[in-house]
Design a protein around this ligand. Structure first.
Ligand code: SF4
Length: 239
């Protein structure tokens, strides 16, 4: 049975080769799928890491479901890619919050903006899809805010979080996607390395893959909150 455990993640990142990492990821998803069945759901942000995890999950079972959280600020290329992904995989459900928010909230209060437009729909997805285990494309080599995660985590009661590609390098993601001919968001061709909403995402050459996110704000290189805030709330409070 999968349980949250503390592991020396750095030694796994540096010690395993590409094939060993792929096998480890598949094994983690397989174990979780055996344990949770249809209550296991993959989060898909439409970035390179998400499409890699989605492809891995589909090798374990074509029936695995997923959800996409989108916002009114996603670039047109991402919206088009999302439509193509949903057409390819109708078992991907899309969640968004269309509530009215103050103009340019992403400039004045980006944490609040992400909370409303990203975290709230993620909570809604977890609740509506009856999720007991969610699978993410989070990687510990992406940047400073991602070094302390584990492959199996229990952040919310009743919700296991699986990060099956946590130990992959950026180049190993591209290796996997190229080897399997997995379609990717065309914005990567423009030089982006981490994708988000249009106003909060820039191209970066920094060693920190997420350095182009929320540039010029206190959130620079940071997190939207989906990986740091509670997602399964008692009685749906806060959704
Ligand atoms: S990434 Fe920017 S625009 Fe998108 S929800 Fe967060 S603050 Fe708002």
């Amino acid at each position: 049975m999968l349980q949250a455990v503390e592991e020396d993640i750095r030694s796994l990142v540096e010690g395993l080769n590409f094939k060993q990492k792929v096998d480890r990821s598949l094994s983690l998803i397989e174990q979780a799928h055996k344990q949770f069945g249809d209550e296991l759901v993959v989060a898909n942000s439409l970035g390179k890491d998400s499409v890699a995890v989605w492809h891995l999950a589909k090798k374990i079972s074509p029936d695995i479901r997923g959800f996409i959280v989108t916002t009114r600020f996603k670039p047109p290329e991402t919206v088009l890619f999302m439509e193509e992904e949903v057409a390819r995989y109708p078992e991907l459900r899309v969640f968004r919050n269309d509530t009215e928010i103050p103009d340019k909230l992403y400039e004045t209060a980006p944490d609040r903006c992400c909370d409303l437009l990203k975290v709230a729909p993620a909570r809604q997805a977890i609740a509506e899809m009856n999720v007991d285990c969610w699978v993410t494309g989070l990687r510990c080599t992406e940047g400073r805010t991602r070094v302390d995660f584990q492959e199996v985590e229990q952040r919310d009661e009743g919700l296991l979080k699986l990060n099956p590609i946590l130990i992959w390098y950026e180049r190993e993601i591209w290796e996997y996607l190229a080897l399997h001919g997995v379609p990717v968001n065309p914005l990567y061709g423009e030089g982006y390395r981490s994708l988000g909403c249009g106003p909060c995402t820039r191209i970066t050459t920094d060693s920190n893959e997420r350095a182009g996110r929320w540039v010029g704000t206190s959130k620079c290189g940071g997190e939207c909150g989906i990986h740091t805030r509670p997602l399964k709330l008692v009685d749906g409070a806060g959704i």
